[in-house]
Design a protein around this ligand. Structure first.
Ligand SMILES: Cc1cc2nc3c(=O)[nH]c(=O)nc-3n(C[C@H](O)[C@H](O)[C@H](O)COP(=O)(O)O)c2cc1C
Length: 215
């Protein structure tokens, strides 16, 4: 009886602490606290695809734009993937197996841009097919490319290796890979700022663009 009571008390305390901690984390400010010391030179575009309700990759793209400047360009599909999540998984898997690429409403034209931040969620261990559609039309030859991605816990997988293959003539910088949300977190509408803040972006930009630019 005593042991049952102790176990019950431990469960209650753990549940309360977990809920409070989760709420504190979810509500903490995501603004940067460290100074930006380096920025890209030239004309900057931030091209990205983001799919889920919590829009992790879009959030990261906006953080990048806030600190690096440039034009924010979202890739949009003619026919959006079906929702909810299991249906998206199935549709993407089928497309990948059958070698089918989604059509984009418009293919952004990037002549005149020098630096392209290129972002995607990680899907089945690599970048999402909408990015592939974009890259088939524009392999970013001669551009400086800064890749970024969000994932649900598996890490970036083949993201950078596949991008290098898709844009062999681009100058590929170090990537930023952040954990976005897993399935449960997405359901609870918990996104990127659960674990990350703009400091992650500022640190990355400071590393990428420090020193004589584009050496
Ligand atoms: C079709 C599909 C495949 C996914 N594959 C992976 C994966 O291989 N590894 C992983 O960690 N997360 C995977 N995820 C989760 C997303 O990468 C993660 O939730 C991401 O932050 C979502 O970004 P978004 O909000 O910009 O769409 C997958 C999600 C979908 C819809």
């Amino acid at each position: 009886m005593k042991i049952t009571l102790v176990i019950f008390a431990v469960i209650v305390v753990a549940a309360v602490c977990g809920t409070v901690g989760w709420r504190l984390l979810a509500n903490r400010p995501s603004q940067a606290t460290i100074p930006l010391t380096a920025k890209p030179q030239g004309k900057v575009a931030i091209v990205y695809y983001s799919q889920s309700q919590v829009q992790n990759t879009a959030t990261l793209a906006r953080w990048i734009q806030k600190h690096a400047g440039g034009d924010l360009i979202a890739l949009e599909l003619v026919t959006p993937y079906p929702e909810p999540y299991p249906a998206t998984l199935k549709a993407v898997e089928r497309d990948l197996n059958e070698g089918r690429l989604p059509k984009l409403k418009t293919i952004p034209r990037l002549e005149g841009y020098d630096v392209v931040f290129l972002g995607s969620p990680i899907w089945y261990g690599s970048y999402a097919p909408p990015l592939e559609t974009f890259l088939r039309a524009n392999a970013l030859a001669g551009k400086t490319v800064a890749p970024f991605c969000t994932h649900g816990g598996s890490g970036e997988g083949r993201f950078v290796a596949d991008l290098r293959k898709a844009c062999p003539q681009a100058r590929m910088l170090e990537r930023l890979s952040l954990r976005g949300s897993n399935q449960i977190e997405r359901r609870l509408k918990r996104g990127l700022s659960l674990r990350h803040t703009e400091d992650d972006v500022v640190n990355w930009l400071n590393r990428l663009f420090a020193g004589p630019q584009n050496d």
